[in-house]
Design a protein around this ligand. Sequence first.
Ligand SMILES: Cc1cc2nc3c(=O)[nH]c(=O)nc-3n(C[C@H](O)[C@H](O)[C@H](O)COP(=O)(O)O)c2cc1C
Length: 356
Amino acid sequence: MTLKLATAGESHGPALVGILSGLPAGLLLDRDAIDADLARRQQGYGRSPRQQLEQDRVEVLAGLRHGRTLGTPLALVVQNRDHKNWEWGMSPWPPDGDPSGKGTKAVTLPRPGHADLAGTLKFGHRDTRNTLERASARQTALTVAAGAVARALLRAIGIEVEGSVVTMGNVDDAKADRDTVGGIVEVRARGVPPGLGSYATRDDRLDARVAAAVMGIQAVKGVEIGAGFELAGQRGSAAHDEIFKDERGIYRETNRAGGIEGGVSNGEEVVVRAAMKPLPTLMRPLRSVDLETGEPAEALVERSDVAAVEALSVVAEASVAFELARAAREKFGGDAVGDFVAAHSAYLERIPWSAR
Ligand SMILES: Cc1cc2nc3c(=O)[nH]c(=O)nc-3n(C[C@H](O)[C@H](O)[C@H](O)COP(=O)(O)O)c2cc1C
């Protein structure tokens, strides 16, 4: 039993679509809570006016009845409200009438730092838009919607996941220079029991899985768990978390491992950090080559954020939640949510551990 998310959707196409399978039946979902996460993704310092335009809302087309999951695939849709400005340009079928609105001219100016060049070469496109629409981080709206569902499942077994910004570049300065900035985000998960994940292969190891989930987000260039890169310069005596026990169970006084040892959660907070590169669409464009003429040119300028670090903290939170929920489904199984919760409780009875 595992969670799976399949997605489709172009940034300015009609909608983003997700199929989320592997949920137990009977899980109560709260539409407002999902929409609140979608709204959090759209907020934050340095975002473009598109975020006000979209005001994302989730629609559920299948797998849910009266707010409870049916144990069947959940079909999620997030409409792209901006599509109304791109109806001709992004029409799935050959459009009627004369070209109008946005996206009517082929893009031939690939932006360094985006998938524009590599994707256009790979798929043999003439219009780089055929690449950039799917490569866009607009996709992360679905990541967040699915993450909100995963968080509901985790909450049923007492796990809370929270993302925050650690540092980000100076947005005001960058905006004045028509430039962009990146930053670092952190996700912490509390109440994760010891024993999620396993030791040997990257498919089993929780650290590898969580890192891949976060590295899989657009613009993430580095991921660390716990003290991460800092550990490389330390002595063993200062790098690990000694083990103690009191009447409540086993505990640690430090958490340099970030809650995962040997690929397995150890009962401490799971702590993951991600480095985001500066956004690659610049209002003062970088040098590129016009793919039509082969001549030097400036890269495409398209409405874009100055920074999306706060948004990344929400997307990373959703991605870590999804991966933890997936690992929890594998460990505790169950067709009904009650079976899942009961298996978790029985497991906690067996081990000398309690969430602190
Ligand atoms: C939430 C979020 C919002 C983003 N918004 C923008 C944006 O407005 N403009 C931009 O150029 N890149 C944006 N990006 C980053 C690009 O999607 C990313 O740089 C691109 O996919 C290439 O990075 P990669 O090589 O890591 O995939 C955003 C990323 C995230 C996670």
